[in-house]
Design a protein around this ligand. Structure first.
Ligand SMILES: Cc1cc2nc3c(=O)[nH]c(=O)nc-3n(C[C@H](O)[C@H](O)[C@H](O)COP(=O)(O)OP(=O)(O)OC[C@H]3O[C@@H](n4cnc5c(N)ncnc54)[C@H](O)[C@@H]3O)c2cc1C
Length: 597
């Protein structure tokens, strides 16, 4: 009888309290009074007049997650108005009611405290079963468990994330959207976590498989599907590299501007919302993607748009997936905008006595509206690394240096070079060289492109790491931010360089450190990020969040914004299968894990 009765009580009380504030709750309590009195009778017959939770009334207790919690105020108001047995009985009803599953949350956001730990199944037998199912789709030649591949699909020497304890169980190389969809259906059914992988050049632990599971490498999907020259768009697969794309486009006198790390591929470039040296003139990845084909966590395939250059049809899901770091879906096809190759290009390099002078030159060029194609700043330490590494054929002055790219008609390029030369002179430039021909252009620009590798080549031994962090601020604040960060770096005694796409207020530090110097390094980056946020900037201008910048996001955007992102993640991927733990946390950090702001 008790169990039948408690079932009735559970339904009515639990549903009401979940829906309502105090008033509704009290009304409902009155409605269930007859039921309470019957329960009272049962309790007194059984002599079980025990307190609700054994807690003293004065002690505040936290609600157990996923269970119904009766606020202290409510407990005492009930107890004050009725006799204690009735109160206890109703509380028992409430407790029993809490044992049935919660109604879906009606909240617009999902705070970490309310999200439940993802329940994956990475047991050996389940993964073995998944592998058998997947091999039936892609063939065993497209599944790998080779140790070196598992390692290279977990992290890289250029990644800021250095923990090396996560590996995928195996890697799959699908060849079509249909295969990716079939794989995701298996993983969804078996609750196996999945990480996407394209060029592997990302820098913040983006593809480190924190939950194990499987890695989907798109290497077999690297084709240009269709070039529409008249429409200025191209349909491509995710593992097409941006350099290969540009080689092909050049045959039609066309060009795709986003230029992140060498070897980066379209899938990863969309997923990180990358940019590169051309962003100042041409914008970032989000400006060059028209439509995406995406496989969602349960294997559903969606296409976000057709191919028009503009559309206001419904939510802009294309933009939603750009920068989503593989957490919302796997990109299997992209329609990209392309543009005409400029008639002429040129490169100039100018050195300055100080970072302030170089930054002032940049501010002036931007303020004057000179439409150069790229402006990059490299500090004296970065120029020292390029010289020392012998990665450039020239020996450069070890001074803060601007690398500038010009693009347009021959007249425009000539005019721009003259204007910039004058501005640089006013800002105190020590040298100003510009390329006389194509070969020299490549030579000058290759020094800029060697920047990260040149710093890495100066690691003292194999135990050294590099930390590559980026931030961006409104352009007028850039000189202050760079100067303060540089001072911090100099004081630390570490080998650290500054390099930036300064035309759009974005710069990077690259620091060489060993395990003993990790905390020192972390603090320098932390102060840089904090300064950027305080200057109304962003914690990352282009590299993305990955695992490393997660705890900074609430400081820039506010906790509610991050909680809204977590809710969106839950809507698209309720089991948190896709690149779980990236961008924001899915479980509470350990004590001391998060550096105090
Ligand atoms: C030397 C060097 C210079 C760099 N310079 C720049 C720069 O100037 N500007 C810049 O923005 N970045 C730069 N980067 C960083 C890096 O090149 C970019 O983040 C790039 O966009 C990553 O692309 P990728 O193909 O290597 O992606 P990956 O590293 O393979 O993956 C990145 C993320 O995307 C996800 N992902 C991969 N493929 C897919 C897919 N098909 N669908 C869904 N999710 C997917 C992964 O899970 C991961 O979270 C540089 C890196 C290096 C090493």
């Amino acid at each position: 009888m008790l169990s039948l009765f408690s079932l009735v009580c559970q339904r009515s009380v639990a549903q009401t309290v979940r829906r309502s504030p105090l008033l509704l709750y009290q009304q409902k309590c009155r409605r269930i009074a007859p039921a309470q009195s019957r329960l009272r009778k049962v309790i007194s017959e059984n002599g079980k007049n025990t307190p609700f939770n054994g807690q003293s009334n004065n002690k505040k207790t936290e609600p157990p997650l996923n269970s119904l919690w009766v606020p202290q105020e409510l407990q005492s108001s009930i107890i004050g108005k009725s006799n204690s047995t009735a109160a206890v009985a109703s509380l028992i009803c409430l407790y029993l009611g809490s044992l049935i599953p919660n109604q879906p949350s009606t909240s617009s956001t999902l705070p970490l405290a309310q999200s439940s730990e993802p329940q994956h199944n990475t047991s050996r037998s389940n993964l073995q079963g998944a592998m058998i199912d997947i091999v039936a789709i892609v063939g065993d030649e497209n599944v790998s468990m080779a140790e070196d591949e598992l390692i290279s699909h977990s992290n890289s020497a250029w990644s800021t994330y250095t923990q090396n304890d996560s590996r995928p169980c195996f890697i799959v190389f699908p060849s079509s959207t249909e295969e990716v969809s079939a794989i995701m259906k298996i993983c969804h059914r078996r609750k196996v976590p999945v990480t996407g992988y394209s060029g592997g050049t990302s820098l913040e632990g983006h593809y480190t498989p924190t939950r194990g599971g499987i890695c989907i490498d798109f290497a077999n999907m690297s084709k240009i599907i269709e070039l529409h020259e008249k429409d200025l768009d191209v349909v491509v697969q995710p593992a097409l590299g941006w350099e290969v794309l540009n080689e092909q486009l050049a045959k039609s006198n066309l060009f795709f501007p986003p230029d992140p790390g060498p070897g980066a591929q379209i899938g990863g470039m969309v997923a990180t919302g990358c940019s590169g040296t051309n962003a100042y003139r041409y914008g970032t990845m989000k400006d060059w993607v028209l439509s995406l084909t995406v496989v969602l966590a349960d294997g559903t395939v969606i296409k976000t748009r057709q191919r028009p250059q503009k559309s206001s049809a419904g939510y802009d899901l294309t933009k939603l997936f750009i920068g989503s770091e593989g957490t919302l879906g796997l990109i299997t096809e992209a329609v990209l905008k392309v543009t005409q190759l400029p008639q002429t290009t040129s490169v100039a390099v100018a050195s300055f006595p100080s970072i302030r002078a170089a930054s002032d030159c940049v501010s002036q060029i931007v303020a004057d509206g000179v439409q150069v194609a790229a402006i990059e700043i490299l500090d004296d330490k970065q120029m020292y690394c390029i010289n020392k590494s012998n990665m450039s054929r020239r020996t450069w002055p070890e001074l803060p240096t601007l690398f500038l790219k010009f693009a347009g008609t021959p007249t425009v390029v000539k005019e721009q070079i003259n204007i910039v030369k004058q501005v640089a002179k006013k800002a105190g430039s020590r040298t100003f060289d510009f390329a006389k021909g194509k070969e020299e252009q490549v030579e000058l620009w290759s020094a800029r492109k060697a920047a990260l590798w040149s710093v890495m080549s100066l690691r003292r031994d194999e135990s050294d790491h590099v930390w590559t962090g980026d931030v961006a601020v409104p352009i007028s604040r850039l000189p202050d931010l760079i100067e303060e960060t540089k001072e911090d770096l100099n004081k630390s005694g570490l080998l650290g360089t500054i390099l930036g796409h300064v035309g759009d207020g974005n710069f990077h530090v690259t620091i060489v450190y060993n395990d003993n110097e990790r905390e020192l390094t972390e603090r320098i980056v932390h102060r840089m990020v904090k300064r950027a946020v305080e200057m109304e900037g962003t914690v990352t201008g282009e590299h993305g969040v990955g695992l490393v910048k997660r705890d900074y996001l609430p400081h820039e955007l506010g906790q509610s914004t991050v909680d809204a992102m977590r809710q969106m993640k839950r809507a698209f991927d309720p089991l948190c299968l896709l690149n779980c733990d990236k961008i924001f946390r899915m479980v509470q950090p350990q004590k001391g894990e998060v550096v105090e702001w």
